[in-house]
Design a protein around this ligand. Structure first.
Ligand code: FEO
Ligand code: CA
Ligand code: CA
Ligand code: CA
Length: 599
C-alpha cells in the first residue's frame, strides 16, 4: 500500500541518542516536566501524597492512580465544538500496581490485609483531571473542580450490548446480570467522536482464580488462574464481597450466591463520560471480550457506519474490527452506536491481501466453521463472551501480540504495533509475522478496500524493530543510531499525521539490549523519516501520548519507572530523586520557542 494522498510533514528536531540515565531526555530546545504523578491529590478533600507510601486505601481512592497508561486530552469546550489548547480534561488509565512500591514495606503475605487489597484496587482504573495552562506556560491541576474524578476497581458500572442480562453474568452482586463493579488492568484507551473516553481491560484474567476441577471456557481460554490470583485479592481479611469476587470457583448452590461468573464481567471496553462526573461507566460488550489493549476509531463519516479497531495483547492472539449497525450522525451519536453491529477478526494472507471474518451468530459461514470445529455458540452473547474461541474457529491470523492501533487521519490506513513474541517458531512464521523468536517486534499496516467498513484490505509491513542495520523490505527503512528500537507498543497519529511510536521492552531486551531505556520515536510515514524523540528513566515503559489541538503541548506517560525494585530498594528514583520511591507520572513536553511538537 502507499500513502499517495498524504503529504510529508518532516521531523524538525535533533534525534536523542539511547541512554540508561534515570531521567527523561528530550531533544535540544524541548523541555519535559513531570505532572500528576501517582498519589497526587485529585478529588476534593484528597490528602497529600506521603513519600513513604503510607497513604491508606481511602486516600488512594482520591489520589491519582498508579501505572499511568493510555490517555486523552478533551478540550474543555469540545462539546460545544471548541478546541481549547489551554484548558481541558486529561483522562488517563492506571494499568496496574506494584505492591513493592505501593505499600511502605511491600505487600504482606496472604491472607492479605483488607486495607492493602483495597489500596491496590483503588490504584487501578482511570483519573479524570481538569487541567489548565497558566500564563507563564505551566500546566496545573484545577483544584476542587467538579470534573476531577477517580474510577477504580470498585466503581459501580453497567453492562450494555448483547451480553447484558445473560445467565453467565449472574453474580451475587448482579442477580440479573446487568450491573457490575470496577475496572482493572486498564492498558490503552480510546475516545469516541461524541466526547467520551474508553478504557480497555487487558491483563484482568490473572486477578482471578478458579479452583474447580474444570474451568468453563470463558475462564480457561483467558488464563484465569488456579490456586491463587496474581495479588491474592481473594484472601483479603476480613473478607468482603468486594474481594471475595476474585475467587470464581463454584462455592454455593446458585450463581446468585457466589462469584463463579465474576470474570465474565471483565475483558471489556468501558465507556466513561468525563464531562458528567455522576455518570455510570458502561461496559460495551459488542466490542468483544479479550485482553483489550486499546481501541481506535477511523475518522467518522456522516451517514456511514462507525468503524473501530482493537488488539488482543497476548501471544498468538488477534486484531479485531467493529462496524456499527446504525450509521453515524454527528448530531445524535452516542454510546448506543456501540451496542449493535458486527465484530470481525483479521486474516492476513501471505500474498498481501487480507480479510475481515465476521464473528456473528447470524453468519452461516461462521456458524458452519463453528460446527465443523465442534464448538457450540447458542447466542451472540455466547460468541462475545468467548471472542477468542470465536476467532480461532473463524481462522484468523495469530499475531505477535497486537498492542495499539492508529488510523492515518488523511489516508485511513491503519497501523498496528506487534510488540514481540519470542515463542513463535520458524514453522509458525507467516508473511505478517515473519520472524521466529520475534524479540524486537514490528508494525503492520493496511488499507481497507472500498471504504473503511470493507471486508477486504491490502497490507504490508511498515517497520521491523531491531538493532542498527535492520531493514524493512516493504518500506526500505533501515534503522540507524538515531532510531533503532524494540518492542513498539503505544502508537498515535498527531494532528499533522506524524506517527509517534512508544516502546515497552522488558527482560533481556531491556536490560542487555543495545537500545538503552524505553522511549519514543516519531515517524513520517510518507518520507520514511524516523527519529528517536525521547528516552525515559530507568526500568520504565513509555506509554500514552496526546497533544493539545494546537500541537504545542504534548502529554506522555512514564509507566513503572524502577520496575525491578524490591521493597525499600529502588532501581529508579524518578521523578522525585533523593533516594525516594519511583512514581509513574505524566510528563508535559513543550518547545522553548512555543512551536509545534515534532515539527
Ligand atoms: Fe498493557 Fe499490552 O500493554
Ligand atoms: Ca501497552
Ligand atoms: Ca506492552
Ligand atoms: Ca512494561
Amino acid at each position: 500500500s502507499s500513502s499517495a494522498n498524504a503529504v510529508a510533514q518532516g521531523l524538525g528536531f535533533e534525534p536523542v541518542m539511547t541512554n540508561r540515565v534515570d531521567t527523561v531526555t528530550v531533544p535540544k530546545g524541548y523541555r519535559a516536566t513531570p505532572f500528576l504523578p501517582w498519589g497526587t491529590p485529585l478529588t476534593a478533600n484528597a490528602p497529600e501524597f506521603r513519600s513513604d507510601a503510607s497513604n491508606s486505601a481511602l486516600d488512594q481512592a482520591r489520589q491519582v492512580g498508579s501505572h499511568h497508561d493510555g490517555m486523552h486530552f478533551f478540550p474543555i469546550d469540545v462539546k460545544k465544538g471548541g478546541d481549547s489548547s489551554v484548558e481541558g480534561l486529561l483522562v488517563m488509565n492506571h494499568e496496574y500496581v506494584d505492591p513493592d512500591i505501593l505499600h511502605s514495606d511491600g505487600p504482606s503475605q496472604p491472607p492479605r490485609p483488607q486495607d492493602e487489597v483495597f489500596k491496590e484496587l483503588m490504584g487501578h482504573g482511570v483519573s479524570v483531571a481538569h487541567i489548565r495552562q497558566q500564563r507563564g506556560g505551566e500546566w496545573i491541576l484545577v483544584k476542587n473542580s467538579p470534573y476531577n474524578r477517580r474510577i477504580t476497581g470498585n466503581t459501580p458500572m453497567a453492562m450494555a450490548g448483547p451480553v447484558t442480562g445473560d445467565d453467565k453474568l449472574i453474580t451475587k452482586y448482579s442477580p440479573d446480570g446487568t450491573s457490575t463493579r470496577g475496572t482493572i488492568n486498564n492498558c490503552a484507551h480510546g475516545f469516541t467522536p461524541w466526547g467520551t473516553y474508553l478504557t480497555c481491560e487487558e491483563n484482568w484474567a490473572g486477578c482471578f482464580m478458579n479452583d474447580d476441577s474444570e474451568q468453563p471456557r470463558e475462564h480457561a481460554r483467558y488464563g484465569v488462574r488456579q490456586g491463587n490470583s496474581r495479588y491474592y485479592w481473594e484472601t483479603a481479611a476480613p473478607a468482603s464481597d468486594d474481594t471475595d469476587r476474585f475467587n470464581a470457583s463454584i462455592l454455593a448452590d446458585s450463581p446468585t450466591e457466589d462469584y463463579r461468573n465474576e470474570p465474565n464481567h471483565f475483558g471489556w471496553i468501558v465507556e466513561i463520560d468525563p464531562f458528567n462526573p455522576r455518570s455510570t461507566p458502561v461496559k460495551r460488550s459488542m466490542l468483544g471480550r479479550f485482553a483489550h489493549e486499546g481501541v481506535v476509531f477511523a475518522p467518522p463519516v456522516e451517514g456511514e457506519p462507525l468503524v473501530a479497531y482493537s488488539g488482543d495483547d497476548a501471544r498468538f492472539e488477534y486484531i479485531y474490527k467493529f462496524v456499527s449497525a446504525k450509521p453515524y450522525h454527528q448530531a445524535t451519536a452516542s454510546g448506543d452506536l456501540l451496542n449493535d453491529g458486527k465484530l470481525y477478526v483479521a486474516r492476513f494472507n501471505d500474498d498481501g491481501s487480507g480479510q475481515w471474518l465476521a464473528l456473528d451468530i447470524n453468519d452461516p459461514v461462521f456458524m458452519a466453521q463453528a460446527q465443523s470445529a465442534g464448538v457450540d455458540f447458542a447466542t451472540q452473547a455466547d460468541v462475545l463472551l468467548n471472542t477468542r474461541l470465536a476467532a480461532d474457529v473463524a481462522g484468523a491470523t495469530k499475531m505477535d501480540r497486537p498492542e495499539w492501533g492508529a488510523v492515518h487521519p488523511q489516508t485511513g490506513e491503519v497501523y498496528f504495533t506487534l510488540t514481540n513474541n519470542t515463542r513463535r517458531s520458524e514453522a509458525q512464521t507467516d508473511a505478517a509475522n515473519p520472524r521466529a523468536e520475534n524479540a524486537y517486534g514490528h508494525i503492520v499496516r493496511w488499507r481497507e478496500a472500498e471504504s473503511q467498513q470493507a471486508e477486504h484490505f491490502a497490507w504490508d509491513i511498515f517497520l521491523l524493530g531491531g538493532d542498527v542495520g535492520t531493514s524493512t523490505p516493504d518500506t526500505a527503512i533501515t534503522l540507524t543510531e538515531e532510531n533503532h528500537f524494540a518492542c513498539p507498543d503505544g502508537l498515535w497519529f498527531d494532528h499533522q499525521s506524524r506517527l509517534w511510536i512508544q516502546t515497552d521492552m522488558s527482560g533481556p531486551t531491556m536490560q542487555q539490549g543495545p537500545f538503552g531505556n524505553n522511549g519514543m520515536l516519531a515517524a513520517d510515514p510518507v518520507s520514511g523519516e524516523l527519529k528517536r524523540f525521547l528516552v525515559g528513566p530507568v526500568d520504565c515503559e513509555i506509554t500514552g501520548v496526546v497533544t493539545t489541538p494546537d500541537s504545542k503541548t504534548m502529554f506522555v506517560n512514564v509507566q513503572h519507572p524502577g520496575e525491578s525494585s524490591g521493597p525499600g530498594e529502588f532501581s529508579s528514583h524518578w521523578p522525585d530523586g533523593n533516594g525516594l520511591r519511583p512514581r509513574s507520572s505524566t510528563i508535559v513536553i513543550t518547545r522553548d520557542d512555543g512551536g509545534v511538537i515534532g515539527a
